[in-house]
Ligand binder design. Structure first.
Ligand code: HEM
Length: 510
């Protein structure tokens, strides 16, 4: 109390202000402290380290650099540093310990335009509204509430896939990649847009597939994203900007068509079980959500766009790689077929319940996701405040690239046979997606993890199990199974470069 008697309050206030100024000043002057930056490969003027990525697929190139520069290093594409993460320990720091700081996304021209100015879930920066939309996607499309109707559609479409394959049995070979695309597209679109969903030509004359392929290409980014000024000029002169506008117009017209069809329905007359995801979005748009926001038309369209771009290509890629590895490894194929055929029995059907008892099948799909994560570098995570990772300073606005392709093949974690397709390794390993020690993270982890992390592997397991229950598979033209080519193609989502073509031979279950 005495201190107030000796010093009038204005003196105390002045002292307090002086003290605070000293703290601020000393903090400022401590900014002269030399920060510890991650190592980085020598860079060239203007292009930075771009030349390091030109000659081989990006995950492989980044993995090789990590062998020299360590599990965390900087790479400059133009003038912008990227933080490249290449070990499970560092991945855990980014996606768990510091997840609250690394849960934003970088601002790219294509992601901004194709998401209606960042109104989506996957590419928009972190915000409470984005979290609300993510919750809606989980509860109204991916979660247990919708599991029954999703499974019904999956069963029907898988049956139709098997039926049409039976007609192809006498054929030389079938394009398995194309079959996966048709099946997954039907399942995802019928679950999201209703059982009556039929692919229609857009008013602009392009097929759905053409629209989606173009969107995937644009989402890979442009020169202007990394090279301010020069890249920007190049994007205009090369026609990239107008191509993006055209791509957006096509995508938007297609999504608008789906939304209009639903807006014509009297939703209050549809029973809850028959409502699809778009019906629910429209219903929810009439109420304010927890962020005091009402979903606008653009909000709904951006979320639908995520279902298209996030749900189909990734699942198809995962099926394609799993089936390729199975075909390449006859030992695995025979072991898996006996598990599937013994579990399902001779009842001419593989049910979703049977799948839960197929432990080897689960290991096979997991092993495929370890070696071939469909998004090998995830989607970049952007850091929004200063922090330290692995003892290095990282500044706001830095994008982290998580090389889950390399992490999944790290011999210091997976042993000398890390490159081998060996599903049995999971018999004694307690490794799961996005938890524990991040030995593999094909779905990412934390606030930005894939919301379909628990459901998507089951879809892959179910379709693959049916293909192996009904048919035996050979590589065409008398080639050896082991020689099946596994070359990759793609940037954000990686597919097999040449489509997977196999010869189905019918089996008798009687
Ligand atoms: C095997 C299939 C799938 C794989 C391998 C996969 C993989 C991924 C990956 C790697 C990410 C980014 C994670 C990160 O940045 O840390 C992601 C995000 C996302 N995925 Fe999937 N995905 C699959 C299926 C699906 C499906 C069926 C949907 C449903 C529509 C979906 C919707 C999304 C969404 C909305 C995001 C953004 C999450 C966010 O930023 O909060 N994915 N997925």
């Amino acid at each position: 109390m005495e201190i107030f008697i000796f010093f009038p309050s204005w003196v105390l206030t002045a002292l307090l202000v002086l003290f605070m100024s000293f703290i601020v000043y000393s903090r400022k002057s401590s900014s002269n402290v030399v920060y510890k930056l991650p190592p980085n490969p020598p860079k060239l003027p203007i292009i930075g380290n771009l030349h390091h990525l030109l000659w081989q697929p990006r995950p492989q190139a980044l993995w090789q650099l990590s062998q020299k520069y360590g599990p965390i290093f900087h790479l400059y594409i133009g003038s912008k540093p990227l933080l490249v993460i290449s070990s499970s320990a560092m991945a855990k720091q980014v996606m768990k310990t510091q997840d609250h700081i690394f849960c934003s996304r970088p601002n790219f021209k294509a992601t901004k335009r194709l998401t209606y100015n960042f109104l989506d879930i996957a590419f928009s920066p972190q915000s409470s509204l984005r979290r609300e939309k993510r919750k809606i996607l989980v509860s109204e499309f991916l979660g247990p509430k919708k599991a029954k109707s999703f499974n019904q559609i999956l069963v029907l479409e898988t049956e139709s896939m098997v039926r049409s394959l039976s007609l192809d049995v006498s054929k030389e070979e079938v394009n398995v990649s194309k079959i996966f695309l048709t099946t997954v597209k039907e399942v995802v679109c019928k679950a999201a847009f209703g059982m009556n969903y039929k692919e229609k030509p857009s008013k602009l004359g392009l097929s759905w597939q053409e629209i989606l392929d173009e969107a995937a290409l644009m989402l890979n980014g442009s020169l202007g994203d990394n090279f301010p000024w020069l890249g920007e000029i190049f994007d205009i002169v090369s026609g990239w900007n107008s191509r993006l506008e055209k791509c957006f117009a096509n995508l938007d017209a297609y999504i608008q068509m789906i939304l209009d069809e639903h807006l014509n329905h009297k939703i209050e007359e549809i029973c809850d079980e028959d409502k699809d995801f778009v019906h629910r979005l429209i219903e929810l748009s009439s109420n304010e959500n927890a962020s005091n926001h009402r979903l606008t038309k653009d909000d709904m369209k951006a979320v639908i766009m995520n279902v298209f771009t996030g749900g189909i290509d990734t699942t198809v890629s995962s099926m394609e790689w799993t089936m390729s590895e199975i075909a390449k490894n006859p030992r695995v194929m025979h072991k898996l077929q006996s598990e599937i055929r013994n579990t399902a029995g001779k009842i001419q059907n593989v049910s979703e319940m049977d799948i839960t008892n197929m432990t080897y099948l689960r290991m096979v799909v997991k092993e495929s996701l370890r070696l071939h994560p469909p998004a090998p570098l995830l989607v970049p995570h952007e850091c929004f405040s200063h922090c330290q990772i692995g003892g290095y300073d990282v500044f706001p606005g830095t994008s982290a690239i998580l090389n889950v392709w390399g992490i999944g093949r790290d011999p210091s974690v997976w042993g000398e046979n890390a490159e081998e397709f060996y599903p049995e390794r999971f018999e004694n390993l307690d490794v799961d997606f996005g938890v524990g020690n991040f030995e593999m993270a094909p779905f990412g982890a934390g606030r930005r993890s894939c919301p379909a992390m628990n459901t998507a592997p089951i879809t892959v397991e179910f379709v693959v199990a049916n293909l192996l229950y009904w048919f035996d598979w050979k590589v065409p033209n008398g080639a050896k199974n082991e020689d099946l080519d596994m070359e990759e193609e793609g940037t954000l989502i990686v597919h097999k470069k040449s489509p997977l073509c196999l010869v189905p031979t019918n089996i008798s279950m009687a």
